[in-house]
Write a protein that binds this ligand. Sequence first.
Ligand code: FAD
Ligand code: UDP
Length: 364
Amino acid sequence: MKYNYVVVGAGLAGLTIAERIAEVLNEKVLVIEKRNHIGGNIYDSYNEDGILIHNYGPHIFHTNDKEVYDYLSRFTPWNDFWHRVLTQVDGNLIPMPITVETINKLYNLNLSCEEVEEFLKKKAISIDDIKTSKDVALSKVGQDIYEKFFENYTKKQWGIDPGEIDTSIISRIPIRSNRDTRYFSDKYQGMPKYGYTKMCENMVQNKNIKLLLNTDYKEVINDIEYEKLIYTGPTDYFYDYKYGKLAYRSINFVFETHDKEDYQPAPVVNYPNDYDYTRITEFKKLTYQEHKKTTILKEFPCDEGEPYYPFPTKEWKDKFSLYQEDMKKEKKVLFLGRLAEYRYYNMDAVVRSALNLFEGGING
Ligand code: FAD
Ligand code: UDP
């Protein structure tokens, strides 16, 4: 077999780069995927009750990057979903992230936005050298809010203390002294109207794209002649773990379908301090599907299993940098996406990285 371009992995990274090569360069691309479906972790499907679920956890698209939004909008219209999260603290369901509404509900107050800003300033602990996620939280909201909202959730999610995790993790969560209770404040936000899988199917419509599912690329790659390989799987696997395995956090996803229309008062409810799961998602509240039953998802973080989250500590970044030295030396291989780049990318960042790689590394 001969293909100028081979893409390993049919997740959002692989599909974006394959689509660009097929469409702009009018070149044939072979996409090799080990799972039995395209989409990677954004794959969604109808379960046995006919409810649209996200098989690999809740995915909400949000971005400020207009080019990325416009690019994906070629393949899907969007619903007008704006994500909201409640979190169970002290037995109450409280809006998350931290906003004026959170502070007022938590402490049974009625503060204005200015008063909340002052309130948080008083609570915040001054830390000169912010090095960890714990420092980020303490320096913005102080001990009490840190313990109630962040400490245990983070321990559950990552299996280690926030004091060992780099600043990027808790920094993902905004702290606002206004009344905006949306989880994300990005300009563009929504769910693909007909689902992520449909969007991905539209991305691979181009006749130049050939898909090979159910196949680990190592089974076939020696039989293929190619000019460039774009690899979106785990880097350690690519190099046969020559510097050892990289740590990824995994999640055990437990779905339940309930014989009632409505399960909880928000699309996602976080449980920082109770239970072994971090959060419950109710899919109908993301997709606006109408159905007399409802499916929910509980997420139990764990070490073993599918690699979902690159591990956010210095130790693992350093380990990855050993692989990076080898990656830089590759002539025919380009590395792309959350697994290969070992970065906690959201969907929009993955598409941005793929578009940049296409413009800079392939079409450039
Ligand atoms: P992947 O989706 O992991 O795709 C990689 C593909 O490569 C997979 O299909 C895999 O099977 C395949 N592959 C691996 N090894 C091989 C091999 N040896 N041979 C062949 N194929 C191989 N982002 C958001 O923007 N919003 C959210 O709300 C959000 N929620 C998330 C929730 C969870 C629980 C998780 C885990 C992630 C979430 N994300 C979210 C991030 C989002 O999933 C990623 O940004 C995106 O899916 C990454 O795409 P990718 O193509 O880089 O990786
Ligand atoms: N987090 C937290 N409490 C919460 C929600 C999040 O402490 O109620 C922390 C936790 O460390 C988590 C990180 O913030 O890993 C990022 O949260 P996000 O909701 O972005 O996680 P994702 O949806 O990517 O799993």
